[in-house]
Design a protein around this ligand. Structure first.
Ligand SMILES: NC(=O)c1ccc[n+]([C@@H]2O[C@H](COP(=O)([O-])OP(=O)(O)OC[C@H]3O[C@@H](n4cnc5c(N)ncnc54)[C@H](O)[C@@H]3O)[C@@H](O)[C@H]2O)c1
Length: 264
């Protein structure tokens, strides 16, 4: 018996990193999975890693595009008949311009980052929740970040988008609670994925790999599977009395005033 036997889950960002780990683990635990991404090659790679016998479908969808999101939701209902779980994991960091100071912000950059990370999350909730409301059942898990709790991880557009995701998690939980729909968020710390590849590549090429994750109390960075484990907890009935919460899954990073120079 798997925790998700008979359940249907939509997972955005399923073509890489944390989304891929989540889709695979959901399938392993019995769910039928709608895997969503803008990267076809990423989705195909994820598909190749799905457990034998898993039931899934691939959807090439930009979460920031409302028409595509609507079509995804009706396509999932057509394919699987219902939606029990929504995992909003798709996200982008800044677009390669480093981390500008607040006075150097460009509106275009903010619009791009907020469109995917915050508005994309909102659009999925907007179009999936009515199907859950009709059945008075559902669990939604959003992906924020430690960057949404503190500054200094990612650019300020990214941080603001993730702070927005934390607040959207609370407001959606309040709006949907009386329909027995739970809404929670995970706030990952540093995890090796496509998004952080440049950071890891740079550190390894410059003999700084030992520094990766050393500001965390556990003194290491995380694996995508460790974030997926927390996402599955929220998504499952194990969290049946938990809603509106944002859980750091960060090796203790946000638990301390671990400032540069304070730890050796
Ligand atoms: N890796 C980390 O250290 C870290 C830390 C905190 C939070 N996060 C968050 O975790 C989530 C997953 O990121 P990851 O680290 O696995 O990165 P990743 O780049 O490996 O995966 C993100 C996936 O989202 C997809 N995507 C991007 N824009 C999309 C869009 N508009 N529509 C649909 N799909 C889109 C990408 O193609 C990619 O496959 C993100 O929300 C990210 O902000 C990551």
């Amino acid at each position: 018996m798997g925790r998700f036997d008979g359940k249907v889950a939509i997972v955005t960002g399923a073509g890489s990193g944390i989304g891929r780990a989540t889709a695979i683990r959901l399938a392993r635990e019995g769910a039928r999975v709608a895997m969503v991404d803008t990267s076809e090659s990423g989705l195909v790679e994820s598909e190749n890693l799905m457990p034998e016998g898993a039931e899934y479908a691939r959807y090439l969808v930009n979460v920031a595009d409302e028409a595509q999101v609507k079509e995804l939701v009706s396509g999932t209902i057509r394919a699987f008949g219902k939606i029990d779980v929504l995992c909003n994991i798709a996200g982008i960091s800044s677009t390669g311009k480093g981390h500008p100071r607040v006075t150097d912000n460009e509106r275009e950059e903010w619009e791009k980052v907020l469109a995917v990370n915050l508005i994309g999350t909102m659009l999925l909730i907007k179009h999936v929740a009515p199907h859950m409301q009709a059945r008075k059942l559902g669990s939604i898990v959003n992906t924020a970040s430690v960057a949404g709790i503190r500054s200094g991880a990612g650019g300020n557009a990214y941080s603001a988008s993730k702070a927005g995701v934390i607040n959207l998690t609370m407001t959606a939980a309040c709006d949907l609670g009386d329909h027995n729909i739970r809404v929670n968020a995970v706030c990952p710390g540093l995890v090796e994925t496509g998004m952080t590849k440049a950071v890891f590549d740079y550190a390894r090429a410059n003999e700084k790999a030992h520094k990766l994750g050393n500001r965390c109390e556990l003194r290491r960075y995380g694996d995508p599977e460790e974030i997926a484990a927390a996402i599955l907890f929220f998504a499952s009935d194990d969290a049946s009395y938990v809603t509106g919460q944002a859980l750091p899954v960060d090796g203790g990073n946000t638990a301390s005033l671990n400032l540069p120079g304070m730890k050796v």
